[in-house]
Structure formats: structure tokens, C-alpha cells
Design a protein. Structure first.
Length: 276
């Protein structure tokens, strides 16, 4: 006989944490929403937008990771959605990422938050996200990747939330402990290249030349897999900019555009005096 189990709802999870904290519904609402509205959320009669939910969790020092961990375990069918998000991000395909928002909203709250971060990052609008949400995402992405160590996607998509010293520390750890990671795994290698490219972008824009060259040397030690041929080209582009080799940089951009990756080219720094 098959036993059916109801999935946990946002309202049920809020109620569980509220009771653990010994709070009334009015206390839990914290003035962010009305007590009446909050009461209906707990009873699954109202839906709460993610921004307000994050504010309530922050008001009571409840981490996003702890709150949504239960949903993650129940959300295995959404794995394909997550792969789509990272695949579109890998291609810097903003239009397809925006198109996924409706598919993910209401199905996977954490993935929806990550998608919002990715879109904001590609549009250079991360600074417009609420500070509390930025902090939660920063802690969440780092915690998930550090705990799992299956890939670096979450750190790659959240580089804009870290200062350069923090990012350098992460990259230095990976370089000096590379024997701990299985770079023969496609997702591990692909996500690492995305992380390194985002780091190189920061190096170039913030003038950290030595650190950028160190990344270039590290990339040369990684498996020469067909999967990351394009990513190596992007790394090469950043290094040519850093070395002021604008002629070669122009040829690389031309190759990227000819290969059908114009949307990716638009996310790259411009060659001085030119438009990509």
C-alpha cells in the first residue's frame, strides 16, 4: 500500500519555527505584515512574497538554509529546473533565465532566490536587492557549496556579494587544495570555470593583476576537456585585456560573436575604445 504524505508548506514551516521560538503570531509578524495577514499565511490561506518572508526570517535570526532545508529534501523533482538555471547561466542567456522565473516561482523558493540573484547580477542590479536578502543569499550560497563540495555553482553566482579579499581567500583555498576536488566531474569543472571567470572579472575591474595571472596559470593545470574549451577562451580574453593585448582581445571577441554567443559577449568588459 502506498502511503501519501502531504508536503510541508511555507505556512506550516513558519508555524513550526514560531512555536520553537515561543512567539505569538503578532510577534512573529514583527510589523512586517499584519498579524491578521500572517495568521492566514500560517493557515495556507494567504501567500507571502519572498521579500517579506526573508524580512520575517531575518527579524528572528532564522537562516534561509535552516528554514528551507526541509523543502530541499522534498524538491528532488526540481533538480532538472536547477540544472536549467545553471545551464542558462553558463551561457549568460538572460532571456531564458527570465523565462524560467514563472516556472520556478512557487515550486522552489531557494532556487527562485538564486535565479533573482543571477538575473540581477547579469543586469548589474545586485545593489538594488534588499541588503538583508543579499546577506542571506551570501551565507546560503557559501554554506551550501561548502557543505556539499559537489560543485561551485552557488559561489559562482554569488561572487558579487563578496568583497575581493573574501573571494581571493576562496580561490586561494581551491588552488592550494585542488587535490580535494574531482575535476573529472563535469559539473565540478564547469562550475569552477564559471567561478574563475567571475573572479577574473573582479580582478580586471579592480586592478588585481597578479591574482588574475595566478588564475591563468591554475587554469592551465585543469583537464583540457572539450566541455570547457569556450571557458578557456573567456579566460584568455581577460588575460589579453590585462596584458593590454587589445588586438588579440578583438580577435577573441570576434570569434565569440561568430560562434553565436553574442549574449555572452555583452557581459564581458569592453576593449578600450570599442563596443562589444
Amino acid at each position: 500500500m502506498k502511503v501519501w504524505r502531504n508536503k510541508m508548506t511555507i505556512g506550516q514551516q513558519l508555524k513550526k519555527f514560531r512555536l520553537l521560538l515561543g512567539l505569538s503570531q503578532a510577534d512573529m509578524a514583527a510589523g512586517i505584515v499584519t498579524a491578521s495577514f500572517y495568521s492566514k499565511v500560517e493557515r495556507d490561506q494567504n501567500e507571502i512574497v519572498i521579500d517579506r518572508l526573508v524580512e520575517i526570517l531575518n527579524a528572528h535570526n532564522i537562516s534561509l538554509y535552516d528554514f528551507f532545508e526541509t523543502f530541499d529534501k522534498e524538491n528532488l523533482p526540481n533538480l532538472n529546473l536547477e540544472r536549467k538555471v545553471y545551464s542558462y547561466y553558463d551561457n549568460r542567456d538572460l532571456d531564458k533565465l527570465i523565462g524560467l522565473k514563472k516556472s520556478i516561482k512557487g515550486k522552489d523558493a531557494i532556487l527562485y532566490l538564486k535565479l533573482r540573484l543571477i538575473i540581477a547580477d547579469l543586469k548589474d542590479e545586485v545593489h538594488e536587492m534588499p541588503q538583508s536578502m543579499q546577506e542571506e543569499l551570501r551565507n546560503l550560497c557559501l554554506k551550501q557549496d561548502t557543505n556539499a563540495q559537489k560543485n561551485f555553482w552557488d559561489i559562482a553566482i554569488s561572487t558579487s556579494l563578496y568583497n575581493f579579499a573574501e573571494l581571493k581567500g576562496l580561490i586561494t583555498y581551491i588552488i592550494t587544495n585542488q587535490d580535494k576536488f574531482d575535476f573529472s566531474d563535469d559539473q565540478m569543472l564547469l562550475s569552477l570555470m564559471n567561478l574563475l571567470i567571475k573572479y577574473l572579472d573582479r580582478c580586471y575591474k579592480e586592478g588585481h593583476i597578479a591574482e588574475a595571472k595566478e588564475v591563468g596559470e591554475f587554469v592551465n593545470t585543469l583537464p583540457h576537456d572539450l566541455l570547457v574549451v569556450f571557458h578557456r577562451l573567456i579566460v584568455k580574453y581577460y588575460l589579453t585585456l590585462i596584458n593590454d593585448d587589445y588586438e588579440l582581445a578583438g580577435k577573441i571577441i570576434g570569434l565569440i560573436n561568430q560562434s553565436g554567443f553574442q549574449h555572452y559577449a555583452k557581459t564581458l568588459p569592453q576593449i578600450k575604445g570599442e563596443e562589444i
